[in-house]
Design a protein around this ligand. Structure first.
Ligand code: CA
Ligand code: CA
Length: 219
């Protein structure tokens, strides 16, 4: 088990959350009724988690990264952020137990307005963050502090931006892949348009906001 710890610092990327995505689509707002009725399949450290394969309404579905975020955010959740090795192992164990090939997380390479900030340079090392919590990941070259795979489609350690190098889309989103390249269950940078099952995690900011604006709803 890789024992990466929370060496990350809070970053102020809040405006980035509401940047239009390359496709022109935007993040959706939480829906109070959906927040109140959200399915919680597991709890870990006091937070609820939703696994798309564990819900009869979404089992077998695969969505692109932004659609995954929007599904979660409508329910006061967001794609999962793996800030500690304990949480990472918790999520990975569910992927393995259920024989899931891959999932989306909230991990994202900063690639929009404001990403020229000095502390994010060079982007391929210091530009990754958990969008759900607006928290930076450890540098990608600090291999004991993250769970990037040591291999991938072209045999290189992740993140490798392989699809862009081969003339395709940039690999700006973070997925966990389960033995996809016979490389274990680890993090990969993947182009955000790919479709995958997803895992949501309760989002305290969205829950607080909806509780505050809808005092009559129990969430
Ligand atoms: Ca988390
Ligand atoms: Ca990759």
């Amino acid at each position: 088990m890789i024992t990466f710890i929370l060496l990350t610092a809070l970053v102020t990327l809040s405006s980035a959350q509401f940047q239009p995505q390359p496709s022109g689509r935007i993040l959706e707002s939480p829906n109070p009724a959906l927040c109140a009725q959200r399915s919680i399949h597991r709890r870990f450290n006091g937070k609820g988690y939703y696994f798309s394969w564990a819900d009869s309404r979404t089992t077998g579905q695969e969505v692109d990264w932004l659609s995954g975020r929007n599904f979660c955010r409508q329910r006061c959740m967001d794609l999962v952020s793996l800030e500690t090795s304990a949480e990472n192992e918790f999520i990975k164990s569910h992927i393995v137990q259920n024989n899931i090939k891959y999932i989306w997380t909230s991990g994202r390479l900063c690639d929009f307005k404001g990403c020229d900030r000095p502390d994010l340079q060079p982007l391929h090392i210091n530009g990754w963050f958990w969008t759900a919590e607006l928290q930076k990941l450890a540098p990608t070259n600090d291999r004991s502090q993250n769970d990037w795979s040591e291999s991938g489609g072209i045999g290189k350690p992740q993140p490798d931006n392989r699809e862009a190098l081969q003339g395709g889309a940039p690999e700006n989103c973070l997925a966990i892949l389960n033995q996809f390249y016979n490389d274990g269950v680890n993090w990969h940078d993947v182009a955000c348009h790919h479709k995958k099952p997803w895992v949501c995690e309760d989002n305290e900011s969205l829950l607080k906001y909806v509780r505050f604006t809808n005092p009559n709803i129990r969430i």
